[in-house]
Every structure is written in C-alpha cells, then in structure tokens.
Design a binder for this molecule. Sequence first.
Ligand code: FNR
Length: 373
Amino acid sequence: MSADLPGALAGDRKDDHVRLVAAQHAGGPRRNGFDDVAFLHHALAGIDADRVDLGTEVAGARWPLPFYVNAMTGGSDATGRINRDLAIAARETGVAIASGSISIALDDPSRLPSFRVIRQENPDGFVMANLGVERSPDDARRAVEVLDADALQVHLNAVQETVMPEGSRSFSRWESSLEALLAAVEVPVIVKEVGFGLSARTLSRLRALGVTLADVSGSGGTDFARVENARRAGGEYAYLAGWGQSTVECLLDAPADAPTLLASGGVRGPLDIARALALGARAVGVSGSFLTTVLDEGAEGLVARVRDWTGQLTALLALVGAASPDRLTGTDLVVRGATAEYCRARGIDVAALSRRSEPPAGAERPPSERNPE
Ligand code: FNR
C-alpha cells in the first residue's frame, strides 16, 4: 500500500506482508462475526440445485461467480509468482481478480512485470487494478493501463498507515484526492477498506462524493494493524489489533443511500459468502484464505478450492430456496452474540431480518403455505 520507500525496501515490505499474513492465518480459520449470523431454517424452502445461477452484476459486467480474489500483492519476484498463480486460478475458474497496490511499480517500473503477469495469464477475465487514495489522477490512469483493468480499486487504509513505521500521518486531503481519482478514470471505481470496515457515515459520504461501488472490507480476517505492528521494532501499537467494524457489522449498518456494496474481510468459505450476500453484498472478496491456498498448494490448489466453494455455494442456495445471489436478500437471518450487541448499540432492528420471507400483513398467502383445515 502507500508510503515512500527506497525501491529494494519497498519490495521487502511486500514480501513481509505475505509472510506475516501467512503467519496470521496459520492454524486455520478463526471465529469471527460471520458466526453470529445464521439462516433461519425452513424445512420446505428448498429448490433444485440445477435452478441456481450464481451469476451477479458488478461494475456493469456479469460475473459468473459472486466471489473474487481481492487485492493482495505484487512488487517483488516472489509476489509476482503469487500473482501468476492467482491469475491462472482466476482464468481457469472465471472469478474476478484484483492486483495489490500498483504504487510500488509506478515509482519503480522495473517492478511492473510482477503486476502485468495478472493480465498476461488472464487475458479475458475481469481484472481490477488497485491504488491508494492519495495517489495522483495520472497514477490512476497508469494503474488502469498497466493491467488493461476493467475497474479500479481505491483503498482507504488510515489504520494501516498509522501503524506502518514508514506510514503517512496526513489524511485530511483524502476526500479531495478521491474526487480527483473518480474524475480521472473511465472504468468503474470501487472504494475499499483493507480490513477495518466502512461505517454508515463513510458509506453515505462516499455516495455523496459520487462513488457507486464500495467494498466494506471489515475486520475478522487479515488484520493489518497486527501485520504492520510486527514490522515495528517496539511493537508499540499492539493495542490496535482488532480495530474497526466486522464485515457483518458493516453490512448490517449500511445506510439506504450506500453505494452498491461488495464485502470482504474474514471470509472463510461458502457459508460466509452466502451470509454476506444475504446481508446485501453484490459479491464477496477473499484475500487471506486464498493467499494461504496458493502458498501451500499453488494455482492448482486454488482452482480446486474455487470449484469446491462453487459447488457448495450452489447447494447452499438450493437449501435456502434462492435461485440467485440477489434472492438471498429475501431469506430470514438470525443475528446473535457480539454482532447483536453491536446492532443494539447502533439501533439496528435485527428482528426484522428474521422475518424477511414472511408475506406482508394482510397479503394472501400462497396456496402451499395455506393450512388445509
Ligand atoms: C492485502 N490487502 C490489500 N488491499 C488493498 O486494497 N491493497 C493492497 O495492496 C493490499 N495488500 C494486501 C496484501 C496481503 C498479503 C493481503 C492478505 C491483503 C487487503 C485485502 O484486500 C482485504 O481487504 C483484507 O485482507 C481483508 O480480507 P481477508 O484477507 O480477511 O480475506
């Protein structure tokens, strides 16, 4: 992500991130906010799996699958190889893919191949370029050009910058910088967090600034406060671990005037994808979990993982009676635990979520639901 560093050190930072994120995810998936959300089981709600279509509309395009490889890496030889594996898996499965922040290669063009490999391996897929919000309009145009990108992700990472030893401490110009980036590129712009969440106020503000797509990227998965703190000799920001709102909290809190929502942060498998879609996300991004898959099992392993998740997600939609991802927003959800506590504190009515499939009062019930007596 951002910060000015001499070339070699910047590449080291990207390798550090991968190493520290892998260490964070070692030991397998951990409990997070997604565990507080359950589909209310209706024993007669199911449909046939062959009626389920997982396709979704994002950024003016039809994605065959409602989940994608979210922003991660590039900038060194090792991270270039990771991008190659991620891109091969995207090509083989049809999932959309984002690069890591391209800033490092705009500052040092010798690093461009570690990003370009994404488009080379995946010439026809949906590819997103990624850049920090503080970069110039010219940088945004170049980032899109480097990848022949279908969309530009712009990341907001104030917590990470705060903990990063070489990070920025000046955030007041981010809104005006974002407006300039929005005006600079022709492709759709997706504004994203990096694992600390977008609040209701931020989402409304983004919409007012003209943003049409936002990835809430909340807490519960990869924690960049911990990653950057591990890179500090003194480790003095350990107390910021866990900062921010979980992905589930962000989705529950999203205001009516939010941009179209994508979700990421702590997604561990098909059930978390279904939960995020049911909470209103148009598609769901996965970083840490897919990174560990390619590190352990290469591109082939990620292809198998994506196919596995696709099959299971189709089965889950059939189970809850949703023929498509958007139909999940009509299913009943029960919210418990710390997430319910968050909703109480924020005045969010979770009881209404558990009754979304009920016909409105006074409406005639369909014949199958009528009691014959
Ligand atoms: C990231 N992430 C990220 N985000 C971004 O917008 N630009 C970037 O350059 C990076 N770099 C990066 C490197 C690595 C190794 C990881 C794992 C992640 C953040 C990522 O896109 C996502 O928002 C968070 O990681 C939360 O999702 P997960 O990891 O919990 O699925």
